[in-house]
Design a binder for this molecule. Structure first.
Ligand code: NI
Length: 258
């Protein structure tokens, strides 16, 4: 069984067949899914999905690119939702200097606030960090994020950054990009990351692996990522699935039975 640690099944890309797709996942080898909120609306939709599917859990938080929508009222609402029993993390939160919107001060403010929220409610964090390695590392260090724990989702930085995140006790989320021909830097980084600190993710509907690159992604593509990881680590695909399942259970602090 594969543990899908990061998907956005609330996205409108799944409007036509969401029910069919989600209902079939366990028979197709996807034993658990964490649906990740990216905006307040996405959090509301994630809560509805958590209530509907027993094997689907939620991470609730606001993505840096949407952080401009947060205010004290919505933040208080978010904190309340994070106490739901099936909410397993606060996320995705972080910094995105690729899109660079809203301004960096706003992104940083709500990144810090949501990190503190995670500490307060006792949940790990799902970090989104794009073109912002230094500021992400600085904030995580200042906030003593090693006491909070979590995952660097869609890890895309260098070996050196990987080591820093690992030293802070974080897991690294690896997805479809690992199968891309031009992902040399990521493959080099993954070589030095112990298998027991890696979790599998898709970021569906984005970032489908080869041979489905460019199409809508879903958790059903995770075996391609597991195969690519197995090749780099010199272990079987079954071993990758088993170890990453256990890792995901430790990350999200869940019992490991299906
Ligand atoms: Ni995401």
């Amino acid at each position: 069984m594969i543990f899908e640690t990061h998907a956005h099944y609330d996205d409108k890309a799944f409007e036509a067949d969401r029910e069919e797709l989600l209902a079939a996942l366990p028979q197709k080898g996807i034993g658990r899914v964490v649906n990740v909120g990216s905006s307040l609306d996405a959090c509301r939709r994630t809560i509805a999905l958590m209530e509907r599917y027993p094997y689907l859990y939620g991470a609730l938080g606001v993505h840096p690119s949407d952080s401009g929508e947060l205010d004290e009222d919505s933040f208080a609402w978010l904190k309340e939702q994070c106490r739901l029993p099936k909410c397993v993390a606060v996320g995705e939160i972080g910094l995105d200097y690729y899109w660079d919107e809203p301004d960096r001060q706003t992104q940083k403010k709500w990144f810090v606030r949501q990190l503190r929220l995670a500490r307060e409610v006792g949940l790990p964090v799902v970090i989104h960090s794009r073109d912002a390695a230094k500021d992400t590392i600085d904030i995580l260090s200042e906030e003593k994020a090693e006491e909070v724990g979590g995952v660097i989702h869609c890890f895309s930085y260098t070996r050196e950054s990987a080591r820093i995140f690992l030293d802070m006790g974080f897991y690294l989320g690896i997805g479809g990009v690992l199968t891309f021909q031009n992902a040399k830097k990521l493959k080099e980084a993954v070589e030095v990351v112990p298998l027991d600190r890696i979790v599998l993710e898709t970021d569906s509907p984005y970032l489908a692996p080869v041979p489905n690159r460019g199409k809508r992604n879903s958790s059903l593509n995770l075996p391609y990522v597991a195969e690519a990881l197995a090749a780099i680590k010199g272990v079987s695909t079954e071993e990758v699935e088993r170890v990453t399942w256990e890792n995901a259970c430790r990350l999200y602090r869940m019992a490991d039975g299906v």
